[in-house]
Design a protein around this ligand. Structure first.
Ligand SMILES: [Zn+2]
Length: 231
């Protein structure tokens, strides 16, 4: 930033102070995206330190997952809901990246997450991608990648358009629908262990379907990393 843009930024911040994306308070100079109070008070799950956590248990008997964690609890009407809303509906991709960097610092020291060879974000529905302009899970993946020094790979897992339009008409269960939507390309990759990244995890049906698709092309260790988990 040069002197003039620096002045302009200072001037703009007098009129439009940057706000904390979690609580809405004005940020002071040293703060970025979130205020210090929120950073201390956010509902961290610390699931990466607990192998048999509630999120991991959700997949038991459904699909073979190596490990599963989420950065935060999604508490309705709370700070996490605010920031997820900003990330998804208010054109703020940098929030996903910031959260990815914050969580990346925790995962950097944690087995088995730091041993993954690729980070794969859950693909967004094409219509949503056009409307939003970015995949929020991919912005989170980019933040994780910067800290963990593991590449983000977006050309392996995709949504099958034909299956998607079929499932829109079908009456079968949500998971059966999902299972046909996600496909993985076996383009001579050599990944054995990946981080599969999502934004808010609720039923886990999407992740289950993605994990199946990735296992079909020989990726043995699927480690799930979400931004938030709804219990
Ligand atoms: Zn705040």
């Amino acid at each position: 930033m040069n002197v003039i843009t620096g002045y302009l930024k200072d001037f703009a911040s007098l009129i439009f102070p940057e706000l904390c994306q979690a609580c809405g308070d004005s940020l002071v100079n040293t703060e970025k995206h979130f205020c210090t109070t929120c950073i201390y008070q956010l509902p961290y799950t610390n699931y990466h330190l607990v192998p048999d956590n509630r999120l991991a248990k959700q997949f038991w008997g459904r699909v073979n997952i190596n490990a599963a964690t989420a950065f935060l609890y999604f508490n309705k009407a709370g700070k996490v809901q605010n920031m997820m809303h900003q990330l998804k509906y208010n054109n703020q991709p940098q929030i996903g990246e910031e959260l990815g960097k914050m969580f990346g610092k925790q995962l950097k020291e944690t087995f088995p997450y730091h041993l993954a060879e690729a980070i794969i974000p859950v693909p967004l529905h094409p219509k949503k991608l056009i409307k939003r302009g970015y995949n929020q899970s991919e912005t989170f993946a980019n933040g994780l990648a910067e800290i963990l020094q593991i590449p983000v790979v977006t050309d392996l897992l995709f949504r099958d358009k034909a299956a998607e339009s079929q499932t829109a008409k079908s009456r079968s269960s949500r998971f059966e629908n999902m299972k046909t939507v996600f496909k993985a390309l076996d383009n001579q990759h050599s990944y054995k262990s990946v981080l599969l990244v999502d934004d808010t995890i609720t039923t886990g049906a999407t992740l289950e379907a993605c994990a199946f698709a990735l296992q079909e092309i020989g990726i043995k260790e699927i480690n799930i990393v979400g931004i938030a988990f709804t219990e």
